[in-house]
Structure formats: C-alpha cells, structure tokens
Design a protein around this ligand. Structure first.
Ligand SMILES: [Mn+2]
Length: 312
C-alpha cells in the first residue's frame, strides 16, 4: 500500500451526530498537532482539501427527537461520499478526519461507489453504532451509522449517494466494543456480524483475533478502517467525545493498527470522535498521528519526536 502512496485529507468538522460540542474541532486540532507535516516528511504526496462545510448545531433546530439533525447530516454525507469516491478514483488514500462517527455514512458510501460490495470495514469502536430510529435512546445519529451502512434505518441516510445498503453484513468486523444497547446486541446477532468485544481481545489476544479477521475478510479487494478513538482507554486518550474506562491500552491500539497494516490492503481510513477540548498535552492528538503512521506502515512516536527536537 505504501508504494506510490498518495493521500488526500478530507476534514469533516461534524458534531451534529453527537451531543457534545468539541468534536467539530477535531480536524483542525490534528492539523495543528502536525499530522500533515509529519506525513510530508516521509516524502508521501499529500493533499489537504480542507474541511467540508458543516452547519453549527446552534444555527438549526434538531428536528425529530429520534433522528437529530437528519437533513443536515444527510447533506454533509452526500458531499463526503463524493469526495471519498473522487479521492479513490484519483488513486488517493482518503484520510478522513472527523468529527463524530455519523461521518461513516458518507465515507462508506463513497468507498462503495468504487469498490461496490467487494470491500470490508474494520469498525474499531467502544460502541457498535447499530441503532436505528426505532431503537435509539439518544436520537444521535453517530450511534446509527453502521446500521445505516448496512441498509437499516432512515431511508434518506440509507440512500446516501446510491440507493440501499453499501456494505454486506459479512464484510464487517467490529473490534473493541464494550458498551451495547440491548437492541444493538440483537441487531448484531440477527445480521450475523463478526464481533470482537473488549473481553474477546483480553481472552484471545490481538494476534489470534487478526488471524480470524484475515480469514473472515479473505477474497475482498480492500479494507477501510473506521477508527473511533473512544475504543481507547481514557488514560491514554482523554480527548474523546464519550470517555470511558476499560478500553484498549496504548500498546494494544498501536499493535492492532500495525497488525492491520501487515494484514490487509487498506484503501482508506477515518479517525473520529477526537475532542480536543478534553485533551491533555496533545496526548490524544499525538496518539492519533501515531495510529495513522502505524496503519500506513511507518514509525512515529516519542522517540521520533525526541529526535526531531534534537535535530531542529
Ligand atoms: Mn462510534
């Protein structure tokens, strides 16, 4: 994947799908933390198309209680789908910076525009985001995006970019989930979705889990990574929309991302739910950059930052 790699950065300052202000600042905070500068140093061709326009929640009424800001999210999703598809068509690796996890509706629709149903998604997240307007407790669309990609829920969202489901339930693996709504458990079972909970990872370890994911995804043309940073324990990633204890450790999430690089033809990724308001000393932003490097098959971490300080 890294030979002749070209990256297109797409910022999506979306916070209409979540309930807390701050994740809209994610894309710019990652830029400020040096994400693009660091990638450029590798000699990789990188274009930043900037941020897609997203209305602020204060400027709108939220609409239906079980489907908040549906119209606005649908519109941004259409644009993101087009940008993602254009990036892939131009031979770029789309690196999409959220924003809350509702952006997956657009990004996965864009990937589906090129790869049809011959791609898989690794959904790395503390939550499975498998609610529908019928089952949601909060009405926040960031908890529905995976169900939408599979063709369930509000029809305007489901029909983003092209009509119907974008993803076959067999072509998804949820990794690291630990907080489920009751109806989500049923959704996962009914759709026979491959799931590795945080306890499964504790039981079998990342190595054996990866072996199973490779088997599960055999025969697909490419893999898209949807990385919700709330899968990481708050001790290592405090700058998160929904913070929780008991998530993946620093070592586990980095190992997982390096293993994904070694295992798959990764065609694009999104980083979501980074909330710089709650970050401490850029801890979460720095980790997010390291995870991007891991997924691209490059090294970046404390030691490289130390060397940069010595050299400059
Ligand atoms: Mn999520």
């Amino acid at each position: 994947m890294t030979e002749n790699l070209k990256i297109k950065i797409i910022g999506v300052p979306m916070d209409l799908g979540a309930f807390r202000v701050g994740v809209d600042m994610g894309p710019n905070a990652l830029r400020y933390a040096g994400l693009i500068k660091c990638i450029k140093k590798l000699g990789i061709d990188i274009i930043d198309i900037g941020n897609l326009p997203v209305p602020t929640p204060e400027s709108r009424a939220s609409g239906r209680k079980n489907l908040k800001y549906r119209d606005e999210i649908a519109k941004v999703s259409e644009e993101l789908a087009q940008c993602t598809q254009d990036a892939l068509r131009g031979g770029y690796f789309p690196l999409i910076l959220g924003g809350d996890h509702s952006i997956a509706i657009g990004s996965i629709s864009g990937v589906a525009g090129i790869f049809k149903k011959k791609f898989g998604v690794v959904w790395i997240d503390a939550h499975p985001d498998c609610n529908t307007p019928k089952t949601t407790l909060s009405g926040n669309i960031h908890g529905m995006s995976l169900a939408v990609a599979l063709g369930h829920g509000d029809s305007r969202l489901v029909n983003c970019h092209t009509p119907g489901a974008k993803l076959d339930p067999a072509n998804i693996c949820i990794v690291g989930a630990k907080d489920f709504d009751k109806e989500e458990k049923k959704f996962i079972a009914d759709n026979k979705i491959k799931l590795f909970t945080i306890d499964d990872i504790s039981d079998i370890g990342i190595k054996d889990m990866m072996k199973e994911i490779r088997k599960h995804f055999a025969g697909l043309d490419g893999i898209f990574i949807s990385l919700d940073l709330d899968v990481i324990d708050v001790a290592f990633a405090p700058g998160i929309g929904i913070r929780s204890h008991g998530g993946l450790t620093y070592r586990e999430i980095r190992h997982l991302c390096r293993s994904l690089y070694k295992s798959f033809n990764i065609i694009g990724m999104e980083l979501v739910e980074f909330n710089p308001i709650f970050d401490r000393d850029n801890q979460t932003a720095n980790l997010a950059i390291e995870l991007v490097f891991d997924i691209l098959g490059h090294e970046y971490g404390d030691y490289q930052r130390y060397l940069e300080l010595q050299i400059n």
